[in-house]
Design a binder for this molecule. Structure first.
Ligand SMILES: [Zn+2]
Length: 319
């Protein structure tokens, strides 16, 4: 039987001070006591502490004694992410990225951080975040009517492609390949249209799942960080499409390419060519559509530029 109790108010206050979280309840579950095993003091911090819809959040767990491992999960337990030990912190610091889907409801959400001590004793703490509105704009666009009401003969193709892309998202996470903030995939300004509600030819359609970079046709598109190409083909809506798997459940997408320089399965380094900017698929003109997905959540790729530097462990770097 596990004992469940709450740690003292001063420790909670300390946690709040460090993390900037609005509120947190901390419960400690400990296994049968073992000689030499001391209860760790756990602190969770998150950056940003008040994430917008579509944000990428870096979650850090700190313990005053070494831990064996740690996991981060949503309150429902539907998604559990292993936290990664900091290579230089001897089991005292663990990290994970968490994506807030751009359609997640604003409000308070609770996440569970579970720490397993060296004596295999489990302790849990709650990370509570207030998700705020992404304040997404509304965009009215005019496109070829075939992209608003696709002709019947294209429906089979569209369905097939939808399943193919869904298969990419459902694959189990691979090892992390990136170790620092991402570059921009093309040298061009980012439009502030992530998450925009879009109206095509007067008809409301899905939100804009990415940001657009205003680049000229033919401009080179390069990998913003290391990864493996998960998909590279011409799709009905997104045109010339590349999806890169960066590991740990993080993917980036590149749409409307006029040329594709990679094939599925290719390993890419930061700066390697993926293709060229174009206006293929449902596009109003040449630009690069850049999207990102983290553990299934549709997130703002602009957040990738500010990721903390996380050194790869030796076993990751060699893969
Ligand atoms: Zn776009």
């Amino acid at each position: 039987m596990r004992l469940l109790r709450t740690i003292g108010a001063s420790a909670v206050a300390g946690l709040l001070a460090v993390s900037g979280l609005r509120a947190a309840a901390v419960a400690v579950a400990s296994g049968p006591g073992k000689t030499g095993c001391r209860e760790p003091r756990l602190q969770v911090s998150a950056s940003p502490s008040t994430p917008r819809q579509g944000a990428i959040v870096a979650v850090t767990l700190r313990s005053d004694v070494p831990l064996e491992r740690a996991t981060l999960s949503d309150a429902s337990g539907a998604h559990v992410a292993p936290m990664e030990p900091d290579a230089e912190a001897s089991g005292r610091v663990f990290r994970a990225l968490w994506g807030i889907d751009f359609e997640a409801s604003p409000g308070v959400r609770r996440f569970r951080v579970e720490a397993i001590g060296l004596c295999e004793d489990a302790r849990a703490t709650i990370w509570q975040a207030r998700i705020v509105s992404g304040r997404f704009p509304v965009q009215s666009l005019t496109v070829d009517p075939a992209f608003v009401e696709p002709p019947p003969e294209e429906r089979e193709r569209i369905e097939r492609e939808k399943k193919e892309v869904a298969r990419v998202w459902s694959k189990p996470p691979t090892a992390r390949r990136w170790d620092a903030g991402f570059r921009l995939p093309v040298a061009a300004p980012l439009r502030a249209n992530f998450g925009a509600r879009r109206i095509f030819n007067g008809q409301p359609r899905s939100r804009h799942n990415g940001v657009d970079l205003a680049a000229a046709s033919g401009a080179p598109v390069t990998a913003p960080a290391p990864g493996t190409v998960a998909l590279a083909e011409d799709l009905y809506f997104s045109g010339g499409t590349v999806i890169v798997d960066h590991g740990d459940g993080l993917f980036t997408t590149y749409f409307h390419l006029s040329r594709i320089d990679v094939a599925a399965g290719d390993a890419v380094r930061a700066g390697d060519s993926l293709g060229a900017v174009g206006a293929t698929g449902r596009a109003t003109g040449p630009h690069l559509h850049w999207g990102a997905r983290l553990n299934g959540a549709r997130v703002n790729p602009a957040d990738l530029q500010g990721l903390p530097r996380w050194r790869l462990r030796e076993d990751e770097g060699s893969r």
